[in-house]
Design a binder for this molecule. Sequence first.
Ligand SMILES: [Zn+2]
Length: 259
Amino acid sequence: MFFDTHAHLNFKDFYSDREEVAERCKKKGVHVLNVGTDLESSKEVVKMAKEHKGFYASIGLHPLYVKSADFSGEDYKKIFSREVLAVGETGIDKKGENIKKQEEIFREQIDLAHELGVPLILHCRRAHNEITEILKEKKEKLGGKERGSGVIHCFTGGKKDAREYLELGFYIGLNGIIFKMDLEGAIKEIPLERLLLETDCPFLSPRSDIKRNEPLFIEYIAKEVARIKGISKRDMANTTTENAKKLFGIRQKTSLLVK
Ligand SMILES: [Zn+2]
């Protein structure tokens, strides 16, 4: 069993066959956490989570979208439901515009997650220092090491960055980018009990023959991380699934196969 902790099955790449992709996930026992990137897409992922067993949602405003949208915590509170496991993706993306506004809205989403009592899903592009600064400033609003503060998704940092996120109570999310960048050194240092797997589909396919990524491809990521960690793919799948359930507070062992 796998837990894809970062997917975007609501994106237009899946418009024509979204239901089939979702059925494949259920058949193979892959849990899927779909991540919203603005208010509209957050509504969509909540809707999908209500429709499909084993699907969950994260609600939030992506740093690249702050230029075209304002953020109001109240709007997101209105769509919060039991299927919502996190706030995000939020953070700072240096490829985007208006870094000051990104930082401001990031702070507001940390407050929102705290109010809702859920962890954060962080997005970071060339902004580790800025992000960890804000996290430190807001430390009392984070879940912390015991409960878990959230996950740094699509981790691309070095050993030092990993250590800093771990220290702040974050899990480290790994996806197909491990095939494009050399992250072995950092991955070796991250304790197994703090690792999460994700696909970030439709992006970052780990297969060279199929461009559109999907949650089932998580097994290729699991295989590679298992190799780096020197354990079996099965153990990697089980451990990271348990980690995700612990962080996101899914206590019951839900069987995807029983309808
Ligand atoms: Zn994403």
